[in-house]
Design a binder for this molecule. Structure first.
Ligand SMILES: [Zn+2]
Length: 199
């Protein structure tokens, strides 16, 4: 089983406390490294920062006092944010789980113990709490596997490009590498288009 993500996001900003979502978002993009807190999808495969949302981990409809508390804000793709909506177990913002239902804060490594990835990049639940989050956040959407694989292909493309450029510097030309690069580019853009259309 693979990990759902390679890094646990962290609210590292400790400066001015902003009272607007716009100001908070600027900093969240950096702290979450352009990735959704829940599904780990890159924003650039889904229309960029403007298309991404700010999720209130403990919903502001229930906990008004947390509306602009930075640590309660999660950079989120529109799919996870819309699926989560105002869902919350109980009436206490500090109690996130009751009888295996609720949400684990994605800025903890505990989150990664609930969910993993299969070999195709699909998110899979590992525990009862994971099962709850998987259903409530709609983590079964195929776009999450597509985006995960896009990221892998993009990484490979960069590596191959580096090798090609290095060879050029050395006055060499690799027909084989150029062909692999071209094929991978075609795959990347085919899936990129699918990601843009798919739910
Ligand atoms: Zn997401």
């Amino acid at each position: 089983m693979n990990k759902i993500r390679n890094r646990v996001p962290k609210h590292s900003y400790k400066g001015e406390k902003w009272k607007t979502i716009k100001s908070n978002k600027k900093r969240l993009v950096i702290d979450f490294q352009n990735k959704c807190a829940y599904c780990d999808d890159f924003d650039r495969y889904s229309g960029g920062e403007d298309n991404y949302h700010i999720d209130h981990f403990a919903p502001k409809s229930k906990f008004k006092h947390l509306e602009f508390v930075y640590e309660n804000l999660m950079y989120s793709c529109p799919y996870c944010n819309r699926a989560k909506k105002d869902k919350w177990i109980g009436d206490n913002s500090e109690i996130t789980i009751i009888q295996n239902k609720g949400f684990i804060n994605p800025c903890t490594s505990e989150y990664d113990r609930q969910l993993g990835r299969d070999d195709k990049g699909n998110i899979v639940p590992l525990t009862a709490i994971g099962e709850y989050m998987y259903k409530e956040l709609k983590l079964y959407l195929s776009r999450h596997a597509i985006n995960y694989n896009l990221e892998k292909v993009e990484f490979q493309l960069k590596q191959i490009k580096k090798s090609i450029d290095q060879k050029k510097v050395n006055g060499e030309y690799s027909e084989e590498l150029e062909a692999v690069y071209k094929d991978l580019c075609a795959i990347f853009y085919e899936y990129y288009d699918i990601s843009c259309q798919k739910k």
